[in-house]
Design a protein around this ligand. Structure first.
Ligand code: B12
Length: 144
């Protein structure tokens, strides 16, 4: 397969004390296949580790994965830390089973609203495929 370099970089990792690593791993491969440079941090990643990696690779976006139901708590303050580090404009996405399954099913608009209020550009349900997220990020970055 020929990979076309899109000249964009992303940081991917699972936030907080969350050990669920497989979703992030699937994303890593999808983004690499789409021509992105990927810094993959694995699981149990702190805000500071995301930010340090984003600075190191001059990232266009940070893709936060969260699956153990604590996403709303773990992601609090992430945008503020990005601003403090000079990354105020970086795209922040969050996805996975980011809230309790029933909340995700029945009260998704509220979950999404709370992530947006925290400064995340987009929040994705666990039904989002890696390819769909690549297509959305490309559109947000204005690349083909
Ligand atoms: C495998 C698994 C585990 C493994 C994890 C192994 C590992 N190292 O990864 C182990 C056994 C360790 C585990 C532990 C726990 N787990 Co678990 N686990 C699962 C399980 C069965 C599958 C998760 C998975 O890998 N899916 C496959 C990947 C590919 O899917 P995904 O993560 O959803 O990712 C996709 C999309 O969501 C998207 N995506 C993911 N991240 C992002 C980010 C962005 C930005 C975007 C755009 C998209 C995106 O991309 C992927 C595309 O395919 C789920 C149930 C389920 N069926 O989902 C429960 C589940 C996630 N676990 C759950 C729980 C509760 C736990 C424990 C707390 C259990 C316990 N009491 O100990 C612990 C937590 C430990 C910890 N500190 O994190 C709950 C979470 C409930 C919640 N959200 O409230 C779930 C949903 C089970 C359930 N129905 O209750 N778990």
């Amino acid at each position: 397969m020929t990979r076309r370099n899109v000249n964009k970089s992303v940081v991917i990792g699972t936030i907080g004390s969350d050990a669920h690593i497989i979703g992030g791993w699937v994303l890593k491969h999808a983004y690499e296949d789409a021509g992105f440079k990927v810094a993959f941090l694995g699981a149990m990643v702190s805000h500071q580790e995301f930010i340090n990696a984003a600075i190191e690779v001059d990232a266009d976006a940070i893709l936060v994965s969260s699956s153990y139901g604590m996403g709303l708590i773990d992601c609090e303050g992430m945008r503020d830390k990005c601003i403090e580090a000079g990354l105020g404009d970086i795209i922040l996405y969050v996805g996975g089973t980011i809230a309790a399954p029933l909340e995700l099913e029945r009260n998704w608009p509220e979950v999404e609203r709370r992530f947006r209020e925290m400064g995340f550009n987009r929040a994705f349900k666990n039904t989002c495929t890696a390819k769909e997220s690549v297509t959305t990020l490309k559109a947000d970055l204005g690349v083909e």
